[in-house]
Design a protein. Structure first.
Length: 249
């Protein structure tokens, strides 16, 4: 091989190596961009679901404090479930279970689409996943005084699975809305099976919230911590950021 051919071969080899390196770098950038897109897209939905769930827990806990004051008591569960109309009572049961189920649905979506992606060097992403695991533990925890709204780990996954709509691919998944959730509770016994114990739990909380206060307070605070990680600047919930969350019903 003459010198010209040798130089040409070396140049071609270097070009191929650079092309391979550039391709790898592009794939790495694409993978990291995909991860960020998933975390941002799903993180926003998860933040809202966590917010709705902690808001409902706050309403239940605050209502218990109201009921302890002198007078007939007009706390959230008392006013809307115990003394409310049958329609209001049905709303409280279903909407309470729905916000819990919706949260578990978004957790399952995030787990399914992000589990094979490298979380990289993002401390926030790792903290989010750690906090999700911590909330899972709080939901699963057995309490000697009260186990209302407790969901075992495998049941958390199952509820998350049935809440995810089947028509979306990676990056485009979404959960059942409230209207379809209620319709399936009425029409699909296999779907309703996962929620019947939780619906009964809401009635038990209305009858006596006190034993559940420590456990539900701890769970609500863990959800607030997750919201702080997902929305550190308070962009999504600026007017409701307090130590105990929102009071929206």
């Amino acid at each position: 091989m003459d010198s010209v051919s040798l130089v040409s071969a070396i140049v071609a080899l270097c070009g191929a190596a650079l092309a391979a390196l550039f391709g790898y770098w592009q794939q790495l950038r694409l993978r990291r961009s995909e991860q960020r897109d998933y975390m941002e897209r799903y993180g926003a939905s998860l933040a809202w679901a966590a917010y709705d769930l902690q808001s409902r827990l706050y309403n239940i806990l605050r209502g218990h404090e109201v009921d302890r004051l002198p007078g007939p008591g007009n706390g959230f569960l008392t006013a809307c479930l115990t003394r409310g109309s049958s329609r209001e009572a049905d709303y409280v049961r279903r909407s309470t279970v729905f916000v819990l189920a919706e949260y578990l649905g978004w957790v399952e979506i995030l787990r399914g689409d992000v589990q094979f992606l490298d979380l990289g060097k993002s401390g926030t992403n790792r903290s989010v996943m750690t906090q999700i695991s911590r909330i899972q533990q709080f939901l699963n925890r057995i309490d000697e005084h009260s186990n209302e709204l407790r969901v075992f780990r495998a049941h958390q996954r199952a509820i998350g699975e049935v809440m995810v709509l089947a028509d979306g691919g990676p990056g485009r998944r979404r959960c059942l809305g409230y209207a379809e959730f209620c319709a399936r509770l009425e029409d699909d016994p296999r779907f309703a099976y996962w929620f019947e114990p939780l619906l009964a739990d809401v009635d038990r909380l209305a009858a006596d919230t006190a034993p559940a206060v420590p456990r539900l307070t701890a769970l609500q605070q863990q959800l607030v911590t997750l919201i702080d990680l997902l929305d550190p600047r308070g962009d999504r919930f600026p007017q409701f950021r307090t130590a105990f969350g929102a009071t929206d019903r």
